[in-house]
Design a protein around this ligand. Structure first.
Ligand SMILES: Nc1nc2c(ncn2[C@@H]2O[C@H](COP(=O)(O)OP(=O)(O)O)[C@@H](O)[C@H]2O)c(=O)[nH]1
Ligand SMILES: [Mg+2]
Length: 522
């Protein structure tokens, strides 16, 4: 899929899901242009596909803990089949789609979906077993449906997690999914009399998650607590699970206990039922608010990512390109000197061998011929110059090839930019790297301005309750306010920093006029 097709697909989805992000897409396109011009981006790449446009929420956990039931409840649709037998042996990626009925697509469809860079997964599986990566359909499927709760997010349901019987590939996918997720819900179920039975599973999860910087994104959910209601001391069941989780050193605050009302057993005791429902409603609201928060944060992150990319260009990418060009140039000049000195010395000895230095220069047959005819004169000079340039270009090309091949291993982007900057028609002493003209740098500061505007629009959208009615949580409004409060000052700092770095005195004047053009274009 070409970047153009990807953009089209993105645009289609965003029109349905979050129109404010449409503006951001256009600024991403502008940013791509600079990427191509500087050689930091290959023609078939795009900055827009380097970020995930939708937050990813994955649901992992033990077999028949109620993961699929939870997802059906969350989406208010029967998207997933449920039951106590192993009903699903695949990972299911759920996202919003226009149709009312659930549409199922093979895992291969995920390979080309711009919303989510899933091709990483086939590479991951390929590492486990050669050839397995192409059988991605065995592990993954995509389902779409028009549940409002799915708008602007992607949810992954997983087959039961059972550390012993888990095949390597499934474990790999699980780890990959945890890696990419913005939020991970890990389900256990209270039917198992004591957490000890789940120790293996817990241990595996702990092993993969404990040392993560982002371990706060993992929520531990004890499900089906209705089944504990018959116990003499049901609170103790929940308590012992919580202790088991905390004793493993997991983030204790991320523990929740819930059940699904439709699937729940009868409580046979209205006071108990009341108590359980209260606990469940509270925890469910906390879970939902984490999900909403992640969706909103992601929207800001998409807008902010451009500034980060631009900042990175100024601070690291371009200086690195400049350094690579300088180092390449130094080598070419050194090689030029060495080769031409050697040639002159060789020529000198050859001429000496033939005793040419016994006759004066101007009487050499070559020079005689050149003096006799202007055509010969010009011809010989041209050949001499051509030979010199061919040697020089050969050296240039060789060093560019060697340098970029060496850099390719650690920094493919820089290698590409170096090749881009050392094409044969480029001078050896450019004022600035290719594509890094004043005009393009001004365009970048325009992009920063545009992304700031988009963030403002997002603020307006989220601060206005009528702006987003289709959220499924009652607490959405408070979450929004919370997020905005937390984010606003940070963003301003980043903006200021970028602005300071980018704005040279000339660009400030030009930018104010150009900013007007941008505004009038809209
Ligand atoms: N009692 C009770 N049963 C539940 C609850 N949630 C799910 N179940 C049942 O547990 C079984 C397994 O659920 P499922 O969602 O398929 O589990 P998964 O394997 O984790 O996807 C199904 O028969 C559900 O009806 C709950 O909260 N309480
Ligand atoms: Mg299931």
């Amino acid at each position: 899929m070409t970047p153009k097709e990807r953009y089209l697909k993105l645009q289609q989805h965003l029109t349905e899901e979050n129109p404010v992000l449409l503006d951001i897409i256009n600024t991403y396109k502008e940013l791509d242009k600079i990427g191509y011009k500087t050689g930091l981006l290959k023609r078939d790449e795009s900055y827009a596909t380097q970020i995930s446009w939708w937050p990813l929420i994955s649901v992992l956990g033990t077999f028949s803990a109620g993961k699929s039931t939870f997802i059906n409840g969350y989406t208010s649709k029967a998207v997933q089949s449920t039951g106590n037998q192993a009903v699903d042996d695949k990972f299911t990626v759920l996202c919003y789609g226009g149709n009312d009925e659930v549409t199922t697509l093979p895992g291969l469809a995920l390979d080309s979906d711009p919303r989510f860079p899933f091709f990483g997964i086939s590479k991951e599986i390929e590492k486990v077993k050669t050839g397995e990566g192409s059988r991605i359909d065995n592990y993954l499927q995509l389902k779409t449906t028009n549940s409002a709760a799915l708008k602007g997010k992607i949810i992954i349901d997983s087959p039961g997690f059972d550390a012993d019987s888990q095949r390597d590939s499934t474990l790999r996918i699980t780890n990959h999914i945890i890696e990419m997720s913005d939020l991970v819900l890990v389900f256990f179920d209270a039917r198992h009399p004591e957490p000890g039975a789940m120790r293996d599973t817990l241990e595996h999860l702990v092993a993969t998650t404990i040392n993560r910087k982002d371990s706060d994104k993992i929520l531990y959910i004890l499900n089906q607590i209705d089944t504990a209601a018959q116990e003499d001391n049901p609170e103790e069941v929940i308590g012992s699970w919580q202790r088991a989780i905390s004793s493993q050193g997991l983030v204790g605050g991320n523990f929740y206990a819930i059940y699904n009302e439709e699937s729940a057993n009868d409580f046979n005791d209205s006071a108990k039922a009341e108590r359980f429902k209260r606990k469940k409603d509270l925890d469910l609201a906390r879970i939902n608010s984490r999900i909403d928060k992640v969706s909103i944060e992601r929207t800001y992150r998409i807008a902010n990512a451009m500034e980060t990319i631009i900042e990175d260009m100024h601070a690291h990418k371009i200086p690195l390109i400049e350094k690579a060009i300088t180092s390449w140039r130094r080598k070419v000049i050194a090689a030029d000197i060495a080769v031409f000195t050697a040639l002159i010395i060789a020529l000198f000895f050859v001429l000496k061998m033939f005793g040419m230095f016994n006759t004066p220069f101007l009487e050499w047959p070559v020079f005689q011929m050149m003096q006799d005819s202007i055509i010969y004169g010009a011809g010989y000079s041209a050949i001499a110059v051509l030979i010199i340039f061919v040697i020089h270009w050969f050296l240039r090309a060789k060093f560019s090839k060697w340098d970029s091949a060496r850099i390719e291993k650690t920094n493919p982007q820089l290698a590409n930019a170096l090749r881009h900057n050392t094409r044969f028609w480029r001078g050896m002493f450019p004022k600035e790297p290719r594509g890094w003209s004043k005009r393009n740098r001004r365009k970048l500061s325009k992009i920063v301005t545009a992304s700031k505007k988009a963030i403002q629009k997002l603020n307006d959208q989220f601060a206005n309750p009528s702006g987003k009615q289709d959220g499924n949580s009652a607490s959405l409004q408070t979450v929004n306010e919370q997020v905005i409060e937390e984010k606003a000052p940070v963003k301003e700092d980043i903006n200021k920093e970028v602005a300071i770095k980018i704005e040279t005195p000339e660009s400030t004047i030009a930018e104010s006029t150009e900013a007007k053009t941008v505004a009038s274009e809209k």
